[in-house]
Design a protein around this ligand. Sequence first.
Ligand SMILES: [Zn+2]
Length: 196
Amino acid sequence: MQYESGYAYPFTQNYSIGLHPWHVNSQWQNAWEQYLPLLNNKHIWAVGECGLDALCKTPIEIQTEAFRVQIETACKLQLPLIIHCVKSFDKVLGILKDYPKVHAAFHGFNKNVSLAQQITKRGYYLSFGEALAHPRNQETLKHINLKQVLLETDYATIQIEKVYTLAAQTLAMQLDRLQEQIFDNCEHFFGKKLIL
Ligand SMILES: [Zn+2]
């Protein structure tokens, strides 16, 4: 979500709040201090997206500082963490070792089976979106624990129904059975009951 300071945001849905690595700059501490009070709102279900992106202009040192502070906040408030990670998996997994209690999901996952298994073995979730149309990602989905899978649209124009259909076809599962499992996973991940 884009949040404008001073703007009374109507929290009619549930959100996450985070400093995305694309938008982290030398002033990130000020921005984070403004966001902090909002994190106590019951409609804020997670911290993120936050993480590391080797392809963006923000210096990696600044990205790392902002990422660590957000992980610390997530731990303190017992909120799950939604991670944006581009070409930085070793670094992100290394940083996460310092925070063994954090509950995290890697969003927009678009990598191979062996990396996926390395991540899920550590207890983290993987969230798949439009990249599920790619056979490599379908292979990945087939070879990980389904209890650690989430589905998303991200900013993409793809409909969530299409992502569910792709996942159900990949796993040769009934759509309603898959939906039940993903909802269950969401409730475990967010620690909250989903009401539709
Ligand atoms: Zn992202």
